[in-house]
Design a binder for this molecule. Sequence first.
Ligand code: NDP
Length: 819
Amino acid sequence: MSIMEIFETMAYGPAPEASSLALAWIKEHEPFQLFINNEWTAPAAESYFESSNPATGKGLTKVAAADKADVDKAVSAARKAFPSWSKTPGHVRARYLYAIARHIQKHARLLAVLESLDNGKTIRETRDLDIPLVARHFYYHAGWAQLMESELPGYQPVGVVGQIIPWNFPLLMLAWKIAPALAMGNTVVLKPARYTSLTALKFAEIMQEVGLPAGVVNIVTGEASKAGEALVNHPDIDKIAFTGSTEVGRSIRKATAGSGKKLSLELGGKSPFIVFDDADLDSVVEGVVDAIWFNQGQVCCAGSRLLVQENIAERLINKLRARMENLRIGDPLDKTMDIGAIVSPGQRQEIQNLVDIGVKEGAQLWQPSTACPADGSFFPPTLFTNVAPASTLAQVEIFGPVLVTLTFRTPAEAVEIANNTRYGLAASVWSDNINLALDIAPKLKAGSVWINSTNLFDAACGFGGYRESGYGREGGKEGLYEYVKPAWLAAHHGRSGGVKAATHAGEQMEASNGNGAVHTDALEEFSATDAQDGYGFPPIDRTPKLFIGGKQARPDSGYSLTITGPGGRVLGEVGEGNRKDIRNAVEAAHKASGWGGASAHNRAQILYYIAENLGAREAEFARRIVEQTARSYADALNEVRTSLSRLFSYAAWTDKFEGSVHLPPLRGAVLAMKEPIGVLGLACPDDYPLLGFVSLVAPAIAMGNTVVAIPSPRAPLSATDCYQVFETSDVPAGVINIVTGEREALSKVLAEHHDVNSMWYFGSAEGSKAVELASISNMKRTWVNYGRGRNWLDRVQGEGEEFLREATQVKNIWVPYGE
Ligand code: NDP
């Protein structure tokens, strides 16, 4: 084509990136081995699988397929390396991370080409986005390694971490996992996705170059059913970090339930891209391109649902179609391409299947006239209109370049449709009215909200989901907590050979309550006064009911449970709650969700008021504790006073556990807001009947959640005595709901309930496992004690940031600005 012709047509010429160096590197290493203890190690079974280039369908190389024996070897290398790596000074770890970042930059071009060859994504994206973000992640976390000692006092590394990553951002996901793990002093065994192992193996080579101590990072390539499952089930792994499909996340939750392994899950999404009628539509069109055609739509937070205000829908769709006609799809190594190949023929077929279902369900399909390359796994950019909100297309994650469009009329309707999904990973809001955009952002159930922008990521800004998009955050300070545990917990309950786990609630009480001995004289002292009430009459019978929606409610079962003290003396009766009562309580808790919108000052006032009213009755509450536990009066009074102090602590925290403003490298700011999780189920411990109850309820409500609490079944009367305290302290109806009864059965109902957003459980080891298993239904967050005791009197163990973090989730709202 002559220069004149090019001027006329403005057609792109080819701009190929050379692949010769990457191909030579591949050839040199073929077949790729496992990276264990800083050595290339052949798989025990001598088994290899083929990795191919999605853009051509042709084989690239052979990669080792690890099985259980190899995973065992890698885990033991990581275990062996842990004591010394975890004690390596932060500054030294920072130097290693810094060196890794530098080496990533030195090999940036090779890594970018390898990623394009192996994954099918365009070189434009690997070169300009994936690899720079990888380097940034290591630089950023070098900083946290340096600062860990001063900024995270009282925390220790978790131990040996198993990490499983997907194929859509192979090296970037590796960086998201490995950088914080190493910064916090953990050692790692990482399994890449089987389609995309090559950049992880190049990364292994970089580990050798920087001289990272042997065993700190181990890479086991292989298939899910062998390497992946062996890693998840390995008894010497302390934490699993996973990114991938919600379905596999669910199975990992199931496999690890009750094991005590820490777990973070970054799962799927169906993120809304909301366009109001005052938005700049040309910017919106470019935003949509980035939202759904970036990385061929194989992005967990892809803006796959376009919600557009009805009055501009037609105009926007026309502009979008015109833009789609100009998207270039083809060879990922051509620098002028917008869209590359889908990772595998199987994934391509999955996309096609969902598109076919969409057409069958009546949605209207539109694809541009530009042809896809015939070889390789390409799929054209696709637009659906006339999509029903409940249809498969609108609900199921397609994980391909397929955009579905829905319309709305009012902001309220936009929020409703946006939240009408089981996921909650991300959302974009487009409007030139910043008041409107900032009003909508907090209402969206999503971990990241981008205003007039989309798919922005940075190491300083935590990323992660609400609801079935998983739990845990990656990036930012919040992401670090996934890789540490409180030092007191590590000292008392190291997973390997730590303190014996108490299996029964009773054991727990004895284990952690230093004053567990029965004081019979205290019992006698009170039985005399109680039996006759000082006047020679029997005491007036008080049978507390349940506390639901601010009122005392009879249990549905119509049955009561008799509560006896340690001497066998009958103390009273409480209602025996059942499934129906829990449902009613959850409904009441939802109705009270306005509590989350109350000002922090207001919530603090109410916590102080509860303390005031409880304080006025401290002798009575102490007496009740003595009756139920036969501890000394002085000890019981100490429990009441500690409960008062705890209420004061959380009243203080309401307006001090704040979010932050991150400063990623962009013109703008990112507001990291700590939001309540929603409705929390709380199963309270047996030790310290009042303090255990207050220690869970207070942080939960301080942060704006509403709760359904199951008091200690052995000593529920301290909690039921609080009804009147709550009623006189202006606690809005439904904010605190209390259902007495059998802890295990009621906890299971709460953990299974789809409208409960998180479940805290402090009971037995078996009960903890049952809660983790039951939580799979809607992938709710859980916080359980695995039957281990905790000293509730101790401020380090019984209150503070650990509780507040469990009571909140972080939403990052990206606000770019400038003309
Ligand atoms: P998976 O969730 O199956 O795979 C992600 C990673 O987990 C891979 O390393 C995989 O190994 C591994 N894995 C799979 N099953 C297990 C298991 N039981 N135990 C341990 N490890 C396991 O994603 P797919 O690649 O199969 O993609 C399927 C769908 O998942 C996509 O269509 C998309 O909808 C979604 N997805 C979502 C992602 C996200 O970021 N949210 C990322 C990738 C996929 P292996 O590669 O060997 O199978």
